[in-house]
Design a protein around this ligand. Structure first.
Ligand code: BLA
Length: 311
């Protein structure tokens, strides 16, 4: 009759039920990234006609080896977007979100990239429109896609400050819009993350609607190779691999990475990881297991407020 439900102010993951003579606390997941994916798809459906991707049939939702971890998978496409896919992983102690959008090679729109990792109280976040072409060399590309939208980065810069040193190689896949941050869980931060995610997504979706088909075969080839290089990098070196291997085992993790998450790595090109990243070649000719050759770099944000790379 006198049941009191409260959440502690420090940790929104703990819910306490107390009656006159008993107190029970338990942990609930404060974040559910499934809603993030659903909201993005809802926004998409308002603007374009989505079709299911054939990948959705092959990869339905799964349970991890522990019997407790759920992997929720979504894959869609529409005429310009080769693949829009989402993976949400959750159990009692951890939530992971990996949401990406890849264009057909006829379009040079950046790659949508949201990677959120939440465990206990810690969050690791990457949210970006990853450039297809290196922005320091391709200033036209930078001006076309990034110059006029730096305000969306500034809007969240204070609440989500730079997350500190990261794998040096990753920087060249990021744009000056990137939100790279770490924070401890709070309802406020998660709400802000949700708005940032949807806002970045809407900007990206608008880009995909506006983009014109590239007619120049050499440019289409360049787009295809750039996307292939990106997929090759992530299919080999993404920081989530260890966790996926633990949850699914070596073979299933590899299939998920190459056929689902970074689909296209085996179809869009024939160059190998070593062709693109020769610094990873070992003396035996194999790919080094090291995540990074450069090491952790970039203590502070390497772009100025206008989005110029300052290294
Ligand atoms: C950590 N994830 C990280 C880090 C980055 C990213 C930069 C910090 C560690 C580092 O410096 O490498 C994300 N890195 C990216 C992204 C790109 C990149 C998006 O180069 C794009 C080009 N993360 C996931 C998934 C899982 C995951 C699916 O995206 C788990 C299944 C886990 N990310 C994860 C974990 C860490 C992490 C466990 C902390 C461990 C670590 O620091 O290596």
């Amino acid at each position: 009759p006198h049941l009191l439900i409260s959440t502690s102010s420090k940790n929104t993951n703990i819910i306490t039920l107390s009656s006159r003579n008993q107190r029970v606390s338990f942990r609930v997941s404060a974040v559910s990234y499934k809603e993030f994916a659903e909201s993005a798809l809802e926004e998409t459906r308002k603007r374009v006609l989505l079709e299911p991707s054939p990948l959705q049939e092959r990869y339905s939702s799964m349970t991890g080896h522990d019997g407790k971890t759920q992997l929720q998978i979504l894959a869609l496409k529409f005429p310009k977007i080769r693949l829009l896919r989402s993976m949400a992983i959750e159990n009692e102690t951890m939530q992971v979100f990996d949401f990406a959008g890849f264009m057909k090679p006829e379009y040079d729109t950046p790659i949508f990239c949201a990677n959120f990792f939440t465990s206990a109280n810690m969050n690791i976040v990457v949210l970006d429109l990853n450039p297809l072409h290196q922005l320091t060399d391709h200033t036209n590309y930078r001006d076309k896609y990034y110059k006029n939208i730096m305000s969306i980065y500034h809007k969240y810069a204070e609440i989500f400050p730079w997350g500190g040193k990261l794998t040096g190689e990753s920087i060249k896949f990021f744009s000056p819009l990137v939100m790279w941050t770490r924070f401890s869980s709070s309802q406020e931060k998660h709400n802000a993350l949700f708005s940032a995610f949807l806002e970045y997504y809407q900007v990206w979706l608008e880009m995909t609607i506006q983009v014109k088909e590239e007619m120049e075969p050499s440019q289409v080839r360049a787009n295809r190779e750039a996307q292939h290089k990106y997929l090759t990098w992530r299919a080999q070196k993404d920081p989530g691999h260890a966790l996926l291997r633990k949850l699914l085992g070596e073979a299933k993790a590899k299939a998920l990475l190459r056929e689902f998450l970074f689909n296209g790595v085996d179809e869009l090109g024939t160059k190998t990881f070593i062709d693109y990243f020769p610094e990873y070649e070992t003396e035996g000719g194999t790919v080094s297991d090291k995540r990074s050759i450069i090491g952790k770099s970039f203590e502070t944000r390497p772009w100025d407020s206008n989005g110029q790379f300052i290294g």
